[in-house]
Design a protein around this ligand. Structure first.
Ligand code: CA
Length: 665
């Protein structure tokens, strides 16, 4: 979970023609430059390292009216724009028959780019035209295949494993031959997408042999048509380390002949880069396989642009801020990780070209998604996948992770693929500012912080000066308006900073509700317990029903008479001089004769005392407040509760919770 919230400030993207200059270097390659994007060089990056971009939705988007622009602001083939910015491989998914019906004129396409082999062919031709390789991603399904579903195509569903393997082999072969006949430069072929021990309706939990058999037959077809293409098997959830070791070992056991063990890596879900490198590196070492990241992405904003909610939004930020620079730094680090992992051959970004279809309303966009398949799923997909796609169909859920804005203009972060080869160490600036939260005592002073935490463009963290837009009259208002919450802004490093101020009755006691401790802790954190007689149970207990707030309370129970007799107390340190009040709550039963009181000790002597607490039954809390406590700011001050019971018959039981020590105006 991400505990820090950052305001994501979209970098002003300078679209001036001067900000991007493509120079012909002596080796004939373009050199990317940027005045605004910081890039740390990836050392030792090989020339043929795969810098891939999944562009599966482009044809559907273009049909929907989307246009792409280069850094000069001119409309251009998006594949040329990608190639000019360091992308050397285009990835495209392939579904068997992503439509219902068989008569082409009445076919109702499922969407998600309408990616059958003909769509892949169109994309492959354009990738080849601009000198890039094509990574073909066979799902062997009629629509999306991922760890949650690996449904066989409708036409294969009833087949036994031999028939299905033969069908898969033939389909792979025919599809690749189509690409080959058209001169498409296929460099990698994925046999299955995010398979995780399932493929094409077969499950490893029933038969690993069946899954491996399908993979082997797919790989066989690849070898026959494109002998030089790398055969890729694709899995996800690298954070489940044992799963990857298991997959690799089964593939080895069943002698599946493949080249690349590929993983998805989405920073939101998939653990650390260090772990990714370890799990893939282990497979590279043990089985001699090449490894790569077949899918990764990161958001440059938490805002949606196409009226269809996104997978990732506010609150899901990981290490990098949701900014154009944050996106670039994330991608750079994934590439750096794989480049320095044994047998690491490349990283492919997932759908950096998938942007809004550009309508001004959900209705307008929906019409385009339905007609051209430019959303993640159309309503027609219900024919194949009624439970998921057919229910939640709609637009693009990753437009905030693209490398183009909603009007088709490239983000500066697209240049990262080119810049990492040389590095681009420009002046470091503030990229994002952390939100500040402040809790102030109504009767104390409001001390505004003078610094805030910032993330810099080079991904370093700094404390920087802040100026708050808070006036004297704001401060007076906050002090006079009782318990309330306020939001103000300020300026830090040229960016807007937010501060959330809660005016509260500040509780000077720590661990006031015993939530800091695990169950059966005998001395709660911050507290002292003196057991004057030995009780059977005297400790923190975790049970919502026994707590006044939270889950924990301080519990007592004993089976014999006259053995509940203890003091629970806490010393208050660094307390300013002033007037205070102390409140504490108790509930319980079978007390017999009880002597329960709260107290304040000054220099070891009880000066203030509140008697008359009773054990009045389960969940019947007795709360008493000691008022008008005067404190001089220097003496030792301790507050507590004394509990003493004879027990009615046997022993007594009960719980203490919510100790509050507040200042009084
Ligand atoms: Ca969206």
């Amino acid at each position: 979970m991400n505990t820090k919230r950052f305001i994501c400030v979209a970098i002003c993207i300078v679209m001036l023609a001067t900000s991007f200059v493509a120079l012909a270097a002596c080796n004939g390659e373009n050199i990317t430059t940027s005045d605004t994007l910081y890039a740390k060089k990836v050392r030792g990056l090989s020339k043929d390292f795969i810098l891939g971009m999944d562009a599966s939705s482009v044809i559907s988007l273009e049909n929907s009216g989307v246009k792409y622009y280069n850094f000069d602001g001119n409309e251009e083939d998006v594949f040329k724009i990608l190639a000019d910015n360091g992308i050397n491989t285009i990835r495209v998914r392939v579904w068997n028959k992503p439509y219902s019906g068989s008569d082409p004129s009445t076919e109702k396409w499922f969407g998600g780019g309408n990616c059958d082999i003909n769509t892949a062919l169109a994309i492959g031709k354009r990738a080849t035209q601009y000198g890039m390789g094509l990574m073909v991603d066979f799902h062997y399904s009629d629509f999306w295949a991922d760890p949650n579903k690996q449904m066989a195509p409708v036409e294969w569903a009833g087949m036994d494993i031999d028939e299905k393997s033969e069908a898969l082999y033939e389909y792979t072969k025919e599809s690749l031959e189509k690409l080959k006949d058209a001169g498409v430069n296929v460099t990698l072929v994925q046999v299955g997408n995010e398979t995780n021990g399932q493929l094409c309706g077969e499950k490893a939990t029933s038969s690993w042999f069946n899954v491996a058999y399908l993979m082997a037959n797919g790989c066989r077809a690849v070898k026959e048509v494109y002998p030089n293409a790398l055969r890729v098997l694709h899995f996800t959830n690298p954070e489940k380390v044992d799963n990857y070791a298991e997959y690799a070992s089964k593939l080895d056991y069943y002698k599946v002949d493949y080249d690349v063990f590929a993983s998805s890596y989405y920073p939101y879900w998939h653990g650390t880069l260090e772990n990714l490198s370890n799990v893939l590196g282990n497979i590279a070492k043990k089985y001699g396989k090449k490894v790569m990241v077949a899918e990764t992405s990161y958001a440059f904003t938490d805002e949606d642009s196409d009226f269809y909610g996104n997978t990732i939004g506010a609150g899901q930020m990981q290490h990098y801020p949701f900014t154009v620079q944050g996106q670039a730094n994330c991608v750079r680090d994934v590439i750096d990780t794989i480049a320095h992992t044994k047998n690491g051959i490349g990283v492919c970004y997932w759908e950096g070209t998938w942007i809004s279809v550009g309508g001004s309303s959900w209705e307008e966009n929906r019409a385009l998604w339905e007609k051209y398949g430019s959303g993640w799923a159309s309503s027609y997909s219900a024919a194949y996948d009624p439970g998921d796609a057919g229910k939640y169909y709609g637009g693009c859920a990753v437009d905030n992770q693209a490398f183009f804005d909603s009007t088709g203009h490239p983000l500066e972060s697209l240049k990262i693929f080119g810049l990492i080869r040389q590095g681009n160490k420009i002046e470091v600036k503030t990229d994002a500012v952390e939100d500040t939260t402040l809790m102030c005592d109504l009767n104390g002073s409001i001390n505004l912080p003078t610094k805030v935490n910032a993330i810099m463009t080079d991904d370093s963290r700094r404390e920087i000066d802040v100026t708050w837009n808070i006036t004297e009259s704001d401060l007076t208002r906050m002090k006079n308006n009782g318990v309330a919450k306020y939001t103000f802004t300020g300026i830090a490093g040229g960016l807007t900073a937010n501060i959330y101020i809660s005016m509260v009755e500040f509780n000077f006691l720590s661990n006031y509700s015993f939530e800091d401790d695990s169950t059966k802790t005998e001395i709660p954190t911050g507290w002292n317990v003196t057991a004057n007689k030995p009780a059977d149970e005297l400790y923190v207990i975790k049970n919502d029903n026994d707590a006044l707030t939270g889950s924990n309370s301080f519990h007592f129970w004993t089976s014999s008479p006259n053995s509940i007799n203890f003091d629970l107390e806490q010393e208050l340190t660094n307390l300013e001089a002033g007037t205070y009040k102390f409140s504490i709550s108790i509930m319980g039963g079978d007390g017999g004769t009880v002597n329960i009181y709260s107290y304040v000790k000054i220099n070891g002597v009880i000066v203030y005392k509140m008697e008359g607490f009773g054990l009045n039954g389960w969940q019947n809390w007795d709360t008493k407040v000691l008022e008008n406590i005067q404190y001089n700011g220097t003496d030792k001050i301790v507050v507590g509760i004394h509990v003493e019971c004879t027990g009615s018959g046997g022993g007594a039981w009960g719980n203490i919770d919510d100790a509050l020590f507040n200042s009084v105006a």
